[in-house]
Structure formats: structure tokens, C-alpha cells
Design a protein around this ligand. Structure first.
Ligand code: SF4
Ligand code: SF4
Ligand code: FES
Length: 259
């Protein structure tokens, strides 16, 4: 288990930990935009940059690295608030504010770093997508990969192939739910769901009538896990009821056995 210092605080972490994990363990906050625990780190937004020096480097030699995907090493020194780190984060946020001038999340972070207005030419067509890649990565993670990042420059965006309803999308809403700026529109009701221009029929819990999941989602998860589709089509309320009934039976059996 490597021991390192983060802003002068000594911390020991698991050998597969990242600098971000070590900073959190040391109680040091490092800002992130494209990181989500449980998803493979990507290192795309560059907001989590820190200064890092290895044990065998000269004392004054530090390298700027992204904390979310950089592994820790024994004797490493990490500084999260040096002048050049704050300046690097300011540039990242300034550029992001130019792309997304009206997005509250970006405005909030920019303000934290003293930026009220971008110093670059603002995007002529302001967008709320910060290109964090969380939506595409979560879609890959569930084994679907229905959407991707397309185009370049101002025109870069997240979209399904040929901007058509994606044939592979299972309507799970994971992309919309993970999006930090809530910029993926969708509609969902007790009978239908719509996302990325694709329509889905909702499957309902046979007991409660609640819409639980799309048919495509149920089929996908059943195929991946080997668990019967009926499990995914049962609402949490029904599952809790079944569990309560089981506990009731067990306690009757238990008290009978004790008499
Ligand atoms: S709703 Fe479609 S695009 Fe979004 S994560 Fe689920 S499968 Fe992927
Ligand atoms: S749509 Fe949302 S989750 Fe996807 S890249 Fe843009 S901001 Fe990130
Ligand atoms: S959080 Fe590390 S690069 Fe985005």
C-alpha cells in the first residue's frame, strides 16, 4: 500500500488507487467534471489537474497530470493548489465558459475560479453539453454503445449514428441520468418513453401496474445477466412486498419452532 503526500498531508491508499482517490482520502478537494465513480476514468475535461513529483525526481521537479486517472506511487508528492495548477484550471474553465456561456454548472465553477465572463469568443450557438463523455461511457459500460461524440470544434456534439433514432438504444435513460448538465432530453410516462428520437413501449409490473422498464432494456439485461426477464419487470414495491411476505413466513416458522 503506497504512502504519499497530498498538500503536505501523508496518506496511505490501495496500490490501484489514483491521485484523486488519495486526495479524497487526505480530505483534499479536487474539482472534477468528467469523472464518475464506477466508470473507467477518461481524463478528458482536465479540470482535475494537479502537480505531481515522483520520489526519485529532483525536489523542485513537478509534472502536471490529471488526478482522476493517474496511478499513485510510493513516496509521490502531490500539490493540488499551486499557482500554475490554479491558472491551468482557469484556462480550462474559461474555454468551457466560451462553449457553454449559459450553463449554470459551468458558470458556478468558473466563478469559483474568479471568472465571470469568458475571455474567448463565446459559442455563437450556446450549448449545455460540456463534452464530458459521461453519457457515451455509461452507454458503453452497459454494453450498448448507441451514441458517440461527433464533429469537431464548436460543432462537436453527442449524437446517435447519422442523427437518426439509434437502433441499438434500449431506452434505459442512463445517459440522461448521468449527464451533469441535464442536457439530454427525454420523455417518459406510464406507457411510453422517448429518448434520442426513439420510441419505446414500457413494460408494467403485473401486480401494481407501474411502468418499470422498456422491453428492450429488460431483454438486454436478461441476456447479459442470465436473470429471467420477469425479475426486471417487477417494480421495487412488488419486490419489497414479496420480501416482507417471506420474512413473515420465516418468523412464523421460527416462533413455531421455538415453542
Ligand atoms: S438510453 Fe440509449 S443511449 Fe442512453 S444509455 Fe441507455 S442505451 Fe445508451
Ligand atoms: S450530453 Fe451530458 S453527459 Fe453527455 S457529454 Fe454532454 S454534458 Fe456530458
Ligand atoms: S475529472 Fe479528471 S480529467 Fe476530467
Amino acid at each position: 500500500m503506497p504512502t504519499l503526500t497530498v498538500n503536505g498531508r501523508s496518506v496511505t491508499v490501495a496500490s490501484d488507487a489514483t491521485i484523486l482517490d488519495a486526495a479524497r482520502a487526505a480530505g483534499v478537494e479536487v474539482p472534477t467534471l468528467c469523472h464518475f465513480d464506477g466508470l473507467e476514468p477518461w481524463g478528458g475535461c482536465r479540470l482535475c489537474v494537479v502537480d505531481m513529483s515522483q520520489a526519485n525526481w529532483d525536489d523542485d521537479w513537478f509534472k502536471v497530470v490529471t488526478a482522476c486517472n493517474h496511478p499513485v506511487k510510493e513516496g509521490m508528492t502531490v500539490v493540488t493548489d499551486s499557482e500554475r495548477i490554479i491558472e491551468t484550471r482557469r484556462v480550462v474553465l474559461d474555454l468551457l465558459l466560451a462553449r457553454c456561456p449559459d450553463t449554470p454548472l459551468v458558470q458556478r465553477w468558473a466563478r469559483e475560479y474568479g471568472i465571470e465572463k469568458t475571455s474567448y469568443t463565446p459559442n455563437p450557438e450556446p450549448d449545455d453539453c460540456i463534452l464530458c463523455g459521461l453519457c457515451t461511457r455509461v452507454c458503453d459500460h452497459i454494453g450498448v454503445s448507441a451514441i458517440a461524440s461527433v464533429n469537431r470544434g464548436w460543432g462537436r456534439e453527442i449524437a446517435p449514428p447519422f442523427n437518426q433514432p439509434p437502433p441499438d438504444c434500449i431506452g434505459c435513460l442512463a445517459c440522461a441520468e448521468i449527464c451533469p448538465t441535464d442536457c439530454i432530453p427525454y420523455e417518459t410516462s406510464n406507457s411510453r418513453r422517448q429518448i434520442w428520437g426513439k420510441e419505446f413501449e414500457m413494460l408494467r409490473d403485473p401486480e401494481t401496474g407501474e411502468a418499470v422498464i422498456t422491453k428492450e432494456q429488460s431483454e438486454h439485461f436478461a441476456k447479459r445477466t442470465g436473470v429471467p426477464m420477469s425479475y426486471f419487470e417487477t417494480s421495487d414495491r412488488s419486490k419489497r412486498r414479496e420480501m416482507a411476505k417471506t420474512f413473515e413466513k420465516l418468523s412464523v416458522f421460527d416462533s413455531g419452532a421455538r415453542q
